[in-house]
Design a binder for this molecule. Structure first.
Ligand code: HPA
Length: 259
């Protein structure tokens, strides 16, 4: 039987890195998942899922987030470590910084956003969307390598695929958003809805629109290329070191969520 205890979801600039694993897609009630590679890191079975597809062919607003998270759930995955490129809105951050968000603001517009479209009506609490235990592991491992690692940022997700306007960035800053990306949501929320732990290691690829002259995808991908080996090291170290038993309350997310 195919199973994995932990999954890694990679994004722009970072690629699948389990050599020789088994590859497959999983059919779900929401359609087929992205290609998943199942392999081992240390003594753990790990599922790797590049959210944009193996050739980076799926744009942020077209990713089938529900199929991907559902597929990982059917593999018995309990924890997800993700990585996202972000632009910095808060001027204290700079390109190449690592960011492990603590909270989020959702400005996506037209993505299927929940597994709970039908009865029983379900409202999950997202006071602690990002798993504190995973965040701690990621933070320690990233900070050892790059001192400019931050764990206090509010992640803003926009719909994309365009970048933001300078005026939008000004508004988002006034709302308390620190970094901006296009793929962190609803991915994290969907994982939470299935009682899974989720945390993401973001890298700053650029200053957001209006802070620098223009934003370019080449620049985002280049920063990803430069930092990808370190991201891999941090994720592998986190998977290797983390205890199998979860020491957080993420598995209780659905308690009290229904009338
Ligand atoms: N905006 C939105 N998404 C991004 C950015 C940005 O500036 N940089 C990397 N992903």
């Amino acid at each position: 039987m195919r199973t994995a205890v932990i999954a890694i979801i990679t994004g722009t600039g970072t690629k699948t890195f389990i050599p020789g694993g088994t590859k497959f897609r999983i059919g779900t009630p929401y359609g087929p998942s992205a290609i998943i590679t199942l392999g081992r890191i240390g003594n753990k079975n790990v599922a790797l899922l590049p959210r944009h597809g193996e050739q980076h062919e799926v744009p942020p607003h077209k990713i089938n987030y529900r199929a991907n998270i559902w597929a990982l759930h059917t593999l018995n995955v309990e924890r997800i470590l993700a990585t996202n490129a972000v632009g910095a809105i808060n001027l204290k951050y700079q390109p190449s910084d690592f960011i492990i968000p603590i909270d989020f603001i959702d400005f996506t517009k037209c993505r299927p956003l929940t597994f709970y479209d039908d009865a029983p009506v379900t409202h999950v609490d997202v006071s602690n969307l990002y798993c504190p235990e995973l965040r701690e592991y990621l933070f320690k491992s990233a900070k050892k390598r790059i001192n400019r690692t931050w764990n206090d940022a509010v992640y803003l997700c926009t719909e994309g695929p365009r970048y933001e306007s300078p005026a939008e960035i000004k508004m988002y800053r006034s709302f308390g958003c620190d970094v901006v990306g296009m793929t962190g949501l609803p991915e994290a929320i969907l994982a939470h809805e299935l009682n899974m732990c989720y945390s993401t290691l973001c890298f700053v690829s650029n200053m957001a629109a209006g802070i620098q002259e223009r934003v370019s995808t080449k620049e985002v991908a280049k920063e990803g290329q430069m930092i990808k080996n370190m991201i891999k090291e941090i994720l592998v170290e986190t998977v290797t070191n983390i205890s199998r038993k979860r020491n957080c309350i993420c598995s209780h997310t659905l308690e009290g969520a229904r009338v």
